[in-house]
Write a protein that binds this ligand. Structure first.
Ligand code: DHE
Length: 659
């Protein structure tokens, strides 16, 4: 192997790096012959899959390469998967064609008629397996031999002790359940219940987990956290029935609630002279901490311990408090008026959570907090100043489209309305937007708006009236009118839209617009948001801009910056994952993409309060925050020594929904 990353090239479409090697012959479609053995030595029979374990000192065999890199998408004799069944492929294509294809699929896909046809049929260019010449010969020999020997039967799953089953359950919870669901029914990622995983088989599961896939699945075996021995254990775990999770009650939350600083002991005005509305909270994802920076001086003011793999921060309506939500459901309230930012209360509302929001309606500022849970399917409401648990409700219900009763309905994004004392909750599996009122202590659910299944992340338009949320595995954006509390429309943008909170600006031709980037294709899609002033443009894609890669997570802008800036964090090309791109609002074009660092991945652009600085995280164990001038995009400074910095949240912009 030339590199440790056999599947590290993406490639849904444009922006694919080109190679200089020769393309397949132009007449390859007609040159398909049965010449598999013509110019290669006879394969060794031990290359068929049930061969005994390999000797580490021996070169890797064709069978091993196939199992390691190819079975995630292909079978031999067991039907098409993500890619075609390769049974008899060596009879169908010439050896020369296969060699060219395996050397550089992107080049072969553009230059050869068969390649073009394959891309049109399968909708994706095969990732480059990065094989040496000898490995290519070996894998072609193996495909011929296995086709002759009969269907490739998946390996038996390894047996799991109760202890290893529990370890894999925890691993799944930590790394996989966010996309595939705690009950493995699928959402952003596909269904992983036994009916499907047993059919896929041990080898295919191991290969996908090890190498990732171009449409957003990380390569967990190559970049962590799974070790090679754990791949087999995870593949075995996934083929077993899904373990049911226990409930999480209000009493359980109350038992886990700690009030460190009672309200009466908190200051009534800021205990420092700093511009606390320009503080940034930076998530240090893997070390359970949030770093708080003074945006003006760049000084790190505090590092606060919060939950396991802390996910995001939100601010209270006034901005005085940061709310930190961890994937383990722990919620921490941090007081920014204390002499140094200090945690003042902590509580756990469920086992697995992603979202949190405060009460924002006039007269209710900072009074209540809601936590949206992934597991169990519920939300919990707390007192906004003490975190005392007040109410818990299940979100279980039926799907908007099929009416099927669901046993998992996770809470994704939450918006605090300003026009009414209520929150809007995106219910992922069922496809509803739920309106929960905090006008009375019963916290009634006042509306359940039918929207679209698999709701995920979203934000407001510049007026605050419309909530635009991605139904990402439906490739659509959903628009909710928060004033009438009803669905406006849904519209398609591209493969797996992922806007974060989106970005609002004035397009010179189209008026007020918002936009999303995509996990599944290299595209920025820009759509109109003004149904009153520009009804002809509202809720339709007006501009599509091609990015160098898919795998984007977030985009941001600020009224004072000429740029909309976006990342490509989950690009399978590590060089592109380190870049961000800047779209010119005035020019209507992608102006530039640039590397933020020589390591890790660039993630989550965020502006300072005045819109004069742009902050970007370098997500790496040896991570950084890189600060740019928000007009010139010249680097101003770098904060180093940060472990796995991901999201960062400016107090003023978060409190006032400026993005
Ligand atoms: Fe997030 C927002 C869920 C993985 C960083 N993420 C959100 C929201 C949801 C969500 C529902 C919207 C919250 C809201 O607005 O109320 N995130 C999930 C997942 O289910 C998923 C895909 C997988 C998982 O296992 O958690 C996931 N998220 C990640 C990451 O891996 C990221 C990049 C790094 C990390 O630290 O976890 C990440 N998510 C973020 C950030 C936001 C976010 C920074 C807030 C964006 C903003 O600008 O407000």
């Amino acid at each position: 192997m030339k590199t440790p990353s056999p599947l590290h090239v993406l490639l849904l479409s444009a922006g694919v790096a080109c190679s200089t090697s020769e393309p397949p012959p132009a007449n390859d479609a007609s040159s398909v012959t049965s010449d598999a053995s013509a110019d290669a030595g006879e394969p060794d029979a031990s290359d068929v899959l049930d061969a005994s374990a390999p000797d580490a000192s021996e070169p890797i065999s064709g069978a091993e390469i196939f199992l390691r890199d190819c079975v995630s998408c292909h079978t031999i004799g067991r039907g098409d998967q993500r890619g075609p069944d390769l049974n008899g492929v060596t009879d169908l294509r010439s050896r020369q064609w296969l060699v060219h294809w395996l050397q550089d699929p992107a080049l072969a896909a553009t230059r050869s008629p068969v390649g073009r046809e394959l891309v049109a049929t399968w909708g994706v260019i095969m990732p480059n397996p990065s094989l040496t010449g000898a490995e290519i010969e070996a894998v072609i020999d193996y495909m011929a031999l296995q086709s002759a020997a009969g269907p490739l039967v998946p390996s038996e799953p390894v047996s799991l002790s109760a202890e290893r089953f529990e370890a894999m359950r925890q691993r799944f919870f930590g790394s996989c359940s966010g996309c595939h669901g705690t009950l493995r029914r699928g959402a952003t990622g596909p269904n992983l219940e036994p009916a499907r995983t047993v059919e896929l088989g041990t080898d295919a599961l191991m290969s996908v987990i090890r190498n990732g896939r171009p449409w957003g699945m990380p390569s967990f075996g190559l970049v962590g956290p799974l070790r090679e021995t754990e791949l087999a254990e995870m593949a075995a775990f996934l083929q077993q029935p899904v373990p049911a999770g226990p409930p999480f009650t209000l009493e359980a939350a109350t038992a886990r609630w700690t009030l460190m600083v009672p309200v009466a002991e908190r200051p009534t005005e800021p205990q420092h002279t700093l511009d606390w509305e320009n503080f940034f909270g930076v998530v240090l994802r893997d070390v359970r901490k949030v770093a708080i920076f003074d945006g003006a001086s760049g000084t790190e003011l505090a590092r606060v311990d919060v939950g396991f793999a802390v996910h995001i921060l939100r601010t209270s309506s006034t901005g005085r408090y940061f709310y930190a939500i961890g994937r383990d459901g722990w919620l921490t309230l941090i007081d920014l008026w204390a002499p140094t930012p200090t945690p003042v209360a902590r509580v756990q509302g469920c086992f697995d959570a992603r979202s949190v929001e405060g009460s924002k309606a006039p007269g209710y500022e900072d009074q209540f907090i809601i936590e949206g849970c992934y597991d169990p399917s519920q939300y919990m409401i707390f007192d906004g100043l003490t975190l005392e648990p007040l109410a818990v409700r299940s979100t279980l219900g039926s799907a908007v489209d099929t009416g099927e009763e669901l046993n998992e309905v996770r809470v994704a994004s939450i918006i605090g309305l300003r026009s009414a004392p209520a929150w809007a909750l995106s219910l992922k599996e069922s496809g509803h937007v739920l309106i929960v009122s905090y006008e009375t202590s019963e916290f009634p659910e006042t509306r359940r708006i039918d929207a679209e299944r698999f709701l995920h992340d979203g934000g407001l338009d510049s007026t605050g009236r419309y909530f635009m949320v991605a139904a990402n595995s439906r490739n659509r954006m959903v628009v909710i009118d928060l004033e009438t509390q009803s669905l406006v429309t849904t519209f398609e943008t591209g493969a797996l839209p992922h806007p974060g909170r989106g970005a609002n600006w004035e397009d010179p031709s189209f008026g007020p617009v918002n936009a999303t980037v995509h996990l599944g294709e290299p595209k920025l899609a820009i759509y109109g948001t003004d149904p009153v002033g520009r009804p002809e443009n509202a809720w339709r894609v007006l501009r599509e801009v091609t990015l160098p890669s898919s795998g984007s997570l977030f985009l941001k802008t600020h009224p004072n910056s000429p740029w909309v800036v976006m990342d490509m964090t989950f690009s399978t090309d590590p060089a592109l994952a380190r870049q961000v791109c800047a779209y010119s609002k005035a020019g209507g074009v992608l102006d530039r993409c640039f590397a933020v660092s020589d390591r890790g991945s660039a993630v989550h652009p965020e502006f300072n309060r005045g819109g004069t600085e742009l902050w970007v995280s370098v997500w790496d164990v040896d991570g950084e925050i890189v600060v740019y001038d928000a007009v010139t995009l010249v680097e101003l400074r770098r904060f180093t020594g940060l472990e796995s910095p991901t999201g960062k949240f400016n107090v003023y912009n978060t409190a006032h929904d400026i993005y």
